[in-house]
Design a protein around this ligand. Structure first.
Ligand code: SAM
Length: 337
């Protein structure tokens, strides 16, 4: 197994890279889409095998500088688009099909460690949290949204039990003036929550996750991205997703298992799902997680879960049930009051 941990051009430690390479076997070659380029950890590793081609995407305009370096090195085998992966089909068209489509969700180290971008608890600046190509920032959300919407965002996207208290105290604080910085927001969250000394996670983790998901439309992006990807994979090709929290994982798991040939039957007396209701081969519901060694090198990988599925031979159809299942989350991401 190659050791890619000292890859050049990689400010972000690529999570479970060896596992990705094990699944894709790039030494054989293949057409890849890297939906979340970051600083190119996956793309560069894949391109180091000469028979591969990579189309990469990232919504963060600051990733272009890394992509330019990759392009210089692999002129004819690499292309990059500063776009959102929900636009995958618009970017690529629907004719060309791919062997592997990879999503490495969440934010990169460059995003979290740039304190001006307001993703980190250590940030002293405005709460911002925009990954790129956004229509709203976290500052606007916490300073303008209603009690009900803030509560819903914290409850549904953060799975935060004390969502109402946090939302109520944000509204109260706004009566004095706008909430202008990350430390301000953290103080309000701390004041709103009961102290639980047994809990190891930071008190603000769930609220920050919730705001970030909303600001970046992360769940709608994921749902649209997966549907687009399923249409662009070759028969026998693989769709691979690394997720970092339970809501993302629930969405990926539902998509893979609900449209697989072995979808669990409602009852053993019911027939198999009809062929035109499946997109994937049998799905084993298997999760791959980072090794202890990887976690000790890169603690940020500890919550990563990798799932992959193989495209079956059945024709693509639009998976309406998938969107219906998560409609409440999509609707909440589109609420701006
Ligand atoms: C965890 S990082 C990926 C790191 C990358 N695998 C590497 O090895 O450098 C996630 C990246 O996905 C990008 N991203 C997140 N959501 C996106 C979306 N909807 N469309 C395009 N890019 C997105 C983020 O801007 C970020 O750069």
């Amino acid at each position: 197994m190659k050791d890619f941990s000292s890859l050049k051009n990689s400010d972000h430690y690529p999570v479970m890279l060896n596992e990705i390479l094990e699944i894709c076997k790039p030494q054989i070659g293949g057409d890849f889409i890297d939906c979340t380029y970051g600083s190119g950890g996956y793309s560069n590793a894949i391109l180091s095998f000469p028979k591969t081609k990579v189309v990469a995407i990232d919504r963060d305009l600051q990733t272009k500088k890394y992509a330019d370096k990759t392009k210089k090195f692999y002129k004819n085998r690499f292309s990059f688009h500063s776009r959102k992966f929900s636009d995958l089909k618009k970017i690529i068209g629907s004719k060309k099909k791919f062997d592997f489509i990879i999503f490495d969700l969440g934010i990169s180290s460059m995003q979290i460690f740039n304190l001006d971008r307001g993703f980190s608890f250590n940030s002293k600046s405005k709460v911002d949290m925009r990954m790129g190509l956004n229509s709203i920032s976290a500052h606007e959300v916490i300073n303008n949204f209603s009690l009900k919407t803030l509560n819903d965002i914290f409850k549904h996207f953060g799975e935060e039990r004390e969502s109402f208290n946090i939302a109520k105290n944000i509204i109260k604080e706004r009566e004095k003036g706008p909430i202008t910085s990350t430390p301000n927001l953290i103080k309000i969250i701390k004041r709103s929550k009961k102290k639980d000394l047994k809990k190891k996670i930071n008190m603000s983790t769930k609220t920050f996750q919730a705001i970030r998901i909303f600001v970046n439309n992360e769940l709608s992006e994921l749902i649209e991205g997966l549907i687009n990807a399923a249409e662009l994979i070759k028969i026998g090709g693989k769709l691979i997703v690394i997720s970092f929290h339970s809501i993302e994982d629930k969405i990926v798991k539902f998509f893979f298992s609900n449209y697989s040939k072995n979808k669990s039957k409602v009852s053993r007396y019911y027939p198999d799902p009809p062929e035109d209701k499946t997109l994937f081969e049998n799905y084993k519901n298997k999760i791959i997680i980072p090794t202890q060694k990887e976690i000790s090198i890169n603690n940020a990988s500890r919550s990563a879960k990798l799932r992959f599925v193989t495209r079956s031979e059945s024709d693509f159809f639009y998976p309406k049930e998938f969107k219906k299942k998560f409609k409440h989350l999509i609707d909440l991401e589109n609420r701006y009051v």
